[in-house]
Design a binder for this molecule. Structure first.
Ligand SMILES: [Zn+2]
Ligand SMILES: [Zn+2]
Length: 259
């Protein structure tokens, strides 16, 4: 894996053989180890070089896959490996294709799971900060646990409650992968299930789980519901739904100790 790190340029972040490792180790590598590298390095982009086989042909064809991931773009190009001479060579590259899968999705999410400018900008468009009144700041757990004021339409695309989001909306979540619908290409997404519900998707689940976050100088960090300016921690929920691990903050907090 190659990372594009701000002020450092391209960094070779990981070289390893995945041959012979079992599914669980593969999953650990794709959902934990490599995303951690991306978050720790605060990378803007990643590139993967993956030797692979195309199994839908008989005999299977040896191929080389290159994947490039950015927060809102992921592409793969593929070339056949030709072993007809003294040295292996590559056939022509395929046109770029949308990339997804175990070694793409968690890594793309890791690009977003860091306190960078892009994330702060998305946040502020998602939910404009409410002016914090004194009485709100006094820990009032009951109030926080109630549903927030209902927004009658999606702040991005204007869909009414119960209506599917319109194309290109950056609020809509995917009903298959739980990610931002705009950035995934899952088949079988159900726009009705993902319809606007009057508040940010996942907020109600976060309240039920007691998952809150507050913006600190290190970025968003978990906190109690009574912390002033606490918000439902939708990043933590998304990370958990997508990876099965509730550990969005593990590496970030290791980072903080290193600083
Ligand atoms: Zn929308
Ligand atoms: Zn999806």
């Amino acid at each position: 894996m190659i990372l594009d790190v701000p002020k450092r340029g391209l960094v070779l972040a990981d070289v390893r053989s995945v041959e012979g490792i079992d599914e669980l180790d593969k999953q650990h590598l794709a959902t934990m180890v490599l995303p951690e590298r991306i978050r720790r390095q605060k990378a803007d982009r990643f590139g993967l070089v993956l030797p692979a086989w195309r199994h839908n042909e008989d005999p299977p064809v040896e191929i080389l896959v290159l994947v490039v991931g950015e927060p809102y773009r992921r592409e793969a190009v593929i070339a056949d490996v030709l072993r007809d001479g003294p040295r292996p060579r590559l056939g022509p590259w395929s046109p770029p294709e949308w990339a997804e899968g175990l070694f793409v999705d968690p890594l793309c999410r890791a690009l977003l799971a860091k306190p960078n400018r892009a994330r702060r900008r998305t946040r502020s468009t998602r939910r404009p900060a409410q002016p914090a009144r004194k009485q709100d700041r006094v820990g009032n757990r009951e109030r926080k646990l109630e549903r927030r004021a209902v927004l009658v339409s999606c702040p991005d695309c204007g869909a009414a409650i119960g209506q599917p989001h319109r194309g290109g909306c950056d609020v809509e979540r995917c009903s298959v992968c739980f990610g931002q619908r705009l950035t995934c290409g899952c088949e079988g997404h159900d726009p009705i299930a993902a319809a606007w519900r009057g508040e940010w998707p996942g907020a109600a689940e976060c309240r039920a789980l007691g998952w809150w976050a507050v913006r600190t100088e290190k970025g968003w960090r978990p906190c109690s519901p009574t912390t002033p300016d606490a918000r439902e921690d939708i990043n933590r929920l998304t990370f958990f739904l997508q990876t099965g691990y509730d550990c969005l903050y593990d590496e970030l907090d290791e980072d903080a100790r290193d600083d």
